[in-house]
Write a protein that binds this ligand. Sequence first.
Ligand code: ADP
Ligand code: MG
Length: 227
Amino acid sequence: MNMLNKEIKRILEKSKKWGWVLEPDAKRILSLCGFQTPRYAVAKKPDEAIAAARKIGYPVVVKIVSPEIIHKSDVKGVVVGIKDDKLLVAVLEKFRKLPGFAGMLIDEMATGVELFIGAKNDLQFGPIILLGFGGVGVEIYKDVSLRMAPLNKDNVESMMKELKAYPLLIGYRGSKPANIAVVQSTLIRFSKLMMDMQDYFDSVDLNPVMCNEKSCTVVDARIMLKD
Ligand code: ADP
Ligand code: MG
């Protein structure tokens, strides 16, 4: 069965005018498809932001939402560990001055090893799935494994083991291990979604996906659309 329901198609269609899917919309799509995301809300005004952050529970992470800002950290558009109303409102005031301000995303804080799960929609081969360790390290270490979608359990296992940093995933020198079964099922679900979304996307970055002993949470998602 195709994972794209009416709501997902509506989000993809409305996002075409920007060429990409804004983070809150991308999180909505992923959560509709069974991925775990942090609890989140979008606010434009201080009172809305305070209500949302209290409901989610401090500390929270806040991020700029703007169709003009793709790399949020580059413009100081991500603040982690916001612990009270005062700081929350101060950051909101800063975000409001950023180009194209469309709101402030308020995220529950996730923990775990940061993975990168991506897809590139190749003209010849269709969706290619990428796996690596997340954050800035992605570009520095070039430690990435890739396979053509759709992925099965064996593909996913060999993809993980191929990474030089694989020991980090299973717990290296006291670092906490990720739940390998959940990493696997997340990758397989992702590959299925990319197959179903083939007609729409150019590339997708889930960076990072934070994986701990219990779960894998997609904390950032960027879907670049075909033009
Ligand atoms: P960017 O657009 O710069 O990639 P991200 O949403 O990936 O922005 O946020 C930057 C970093 O902030 C992430 O790599 C992650 O370390 C941290 N971060 C973002 N959201 C969360 C969250 N919900 N919980 C914990 N850490 C987060
Ligand atoms: Mg990111």
